[in-house]
Design a protein around this ligand. Structure first.
Ligand code: SAM
Length: 254
């Protein structure tokens, strides 16, 4: 595909399979087409590796953080479970929302919690809101340890941000979906991988080996879940689609 941006004439041309589509530069369609490229280039440049939350590195795209905040504020989960901790910024972020809402706590699991990261999380002011569990997120012992910390009547949100292979995410969906309460979500993050196969840091396998494929396979077997971008709470624009690393990620429990 070839995109030409003519800022003088205020038009973009998208050439795909011998077909050229002209678009007004100042249009929703142009914004979406340019954003698709921006997302890929930014991922390759490690844009998401440039942020902290309350002092701790968080590896997320800011729009995804705001969108998940909107969902958390709307459904007010009692428990937020996240697989994949890394430095711990996302746990601190969710904990800060729990504190601000005066509701909820966070459970994080990671196969490798580095000593340095553990210390920063445990010494953080928000650590009373956070439980850290070390182990493989699809290990039956780890799964039952997490489940034993959640009461059946609690509203629960699950965020899958560990290993993003199709198989691992599918196993995580199988393992954790029964914790998700009606109206809440299990989020299979980083489906953007599917679009990144041709980037310098990407992998050809990602066209099929990605969280979106896991989610699609999962909902076929679990019709009580639907893949659906959460509604925007506020929108005074013509825009409709998240600019996101999490396409096809949101599985809502009906
Ligand atoms: C993308 S990072 C998580 C980023 C973090 N959620 C944030 O927003 O800053 C992925 C993490 O998943 C962990 N991980 C990889 N495979 C895992 C597995 N099988 N079980 C649990 N954690 C795993 C890695 O150790 C790594 O810390």
């Amino acid at each position: 595909m070839k995109i030409t941006i003519d800022t003088d004439k205020k038009i973009i041309h998208i050439e795909d399979n011998d077909k050229t589509t002209p678009l007004d530069l100042y249009s929703r369609e142009a914004f979406e087409a340019i954003s698709e490229q921006w997302i890929k280039i930014g991922w390759n440049e490690k844009y998401a590796y440039t942020f902290t939350w309350l002092g701790i590195p968080i590896i997320q795209l800011p729009e995804d953080m705001l969108r998940v905040q909107e969902v958390i504020y709307r459904i007010r989960p009692d428990v937020i479970i996240e697989t994949g901790i890394a430095h711990g910024g996302s746990l601190i972020y969710y904990a800060s929302l729990c504190k601000a809402m005066d509701n909820g706590r966070v459970i994080g699991v990671d196969i490798d919690i580095r000593q340095h990261n553990r210390r920063l999380i445990e010494d953080h002011k928000l650590s009373p809101f956070i439980t850290l569990i070390e182990g493989d997120s699809i290990d039956p012992l780890i799964i039952s340890s997490i489940k034993s910390r959640v009461n059946p009547e609690e509203t629960t949100l699950v965020i899958l941000d560990s290993c993003h292979s199709k198989n691992h995410v599918f196993e995580e969906l199988r393992a954790y979906h029964d914790l998700v309460t009606p109206g809440s979500y299990i989020i299979a993050t980083d489906g953007i991988m599917k679009e990144l196969d041709d980037t310098p840091r990407g992998d050809m396998e990602w066209t099929w080996n990605n969280p979106i494929e896991a989610a699609i396979q999962f909902v076929k077997l679990h019709p009580d879940f639907v893949i659906e971008q959460p509604p925007w709470i506020f929108n005074k624009s013509e825009l409709k689609k998240n600019i996101t690393y999490w396409p096809g990620a949101w599985l809502r429990k009906k």
